[in-house]
Ligand binder design. Structure first.
Ligand SMILES: [Zn+2]
Ligand SMILES: [Zn+2]
Length: 299
């Protein structure tokens, strides 16, 4: 489906909730923030990591009904003001894809995204882990990450690929040329019809740049891969974060549309270039976010 919507095309397709054990603020506070800054659509995309851990940084599979129903209730409650979508950010792990697939098939999600956060037991996202692999050769790290990304994109289970070059998070850069590997991944993404996420959270990480990088995003555009926009917010204040920079990056790469999802079907949303200016002028600082440790759903 290709639905075109005019102006106000600012969306945020990656918002976490306290169910993942490392995000704060109620879901309703996230929606209120989104409405206050004029977002058109937002999507809760909370973590689903299927691992045996004492201290999981994810919902458990048993919590998915609670999560799904909470988003559904808020979707109805706020339908006049904003489109609220239900999604999942699945941690790619080839050994539990059957379980993940079953969960995904049980619920009527709007979008199912996938991320490489772990390379077998090597965690590429947390600060502690970054210290642990500090002595590891950067090219080895990139080779392992890109291999996992390629394996993930071979599946047909997802709609959206999150933070494509997350491996750079702590400032590590490869010295080897990985263009051939990257080209193979992007061709696979295009052939599978996946959407790539433009995730602005990297601006707040040590690397200080958006995922994907400017050149990688340009290559995505040249290959005809659609993109969506996200903040990866782990608290209400970050909803829509760095959207001006995100839109600017998307426009610079040559895109004129973003992608939204409804019940696993992607559609195009036209970007209004004048929005860049509007959004800079329209900053809100007056919203009350409520108790950050409070109720999951409500303020
Ligand atoms: Zn997270
Ligand atoms: Zn992630």
């Amino acid at each position: 489906m290709n639905r075109t919507k005019p102006i106000n095309a600012v969306i945020d397709y990656h918002i976490h909730t306290p169910l993942c054990n490392h995000a704060k603020g109620s879901m309703e506070a996230c929606i209120k923030q989104a409405v206050s800054i004029g977002l058109l659509e937002i999507c809760f995309l909370d973590h689903l990591t299927i691992r045996l851990e004492k201290d999981p940084k994810s919902m458990s599979p048993e919590e998915i009904p609670l999560y799904f129903n909470a988003v559904k209730a808020l979707k109805d409650q706020y339908s006049e003001k904003i489109a609220v979508k239900a999604g999942l950010e699945v941690d790619f792990n080839p050994s539990n894809m059957t379980t993940a697939q079953k969960i995904v098939d049980t619920f009527d999600f709007d979008v199912v995204a996938s991320s490489v956060h772990f390379l077998n037991d090597l965690d590429v996202v947390s600060h502690n882990a970054a210290a642990g692999y500090a002595r590891m050769d950067s090219d080895d790290l990139y080779a392992r990450y890109l291999d996992a990304l390629y394996q993930m994109c071979r599946y047909d289970s997802f709609d959206l690929i999150c933070h494509l070059d997350l491996v750079k998070k702590f400032g590590r850069r490869a010295s080897r040329d990985f263009r051939a590997e990257i080209d193979a991944i992007l061709s696979l993404i295009r052939d599978k019809g996946y959407v790539v996420e433009v995730n602005t959270s990297g601006l707040d990480h040590p690397i200080g740049e958006i995922y994907p990088s400017e050149s990688l995003l340009k290559t995505c555009q040249e290959k005809g891969i659609p993109v969506t926009l996200s903040s990866d917010a782990h608290n209400p204040q970050s909803v829509g974060g760095h959207r001006t920079e995100g839109i600017a990056a998307v426009l610079k790469a040559g895109y004129t549309t973003l992608t939204g999802f409804s019940r696993r079907v992607a559609y195009s949303i036209l970007i209004d270039a004048s929005l860049e200016k509007q959004q800079t002028e329209k900053r809100s600082g007056t919203i009350d976010y409520g108790n950050p440790e409070g109720d999951l759903i409500h303020d």
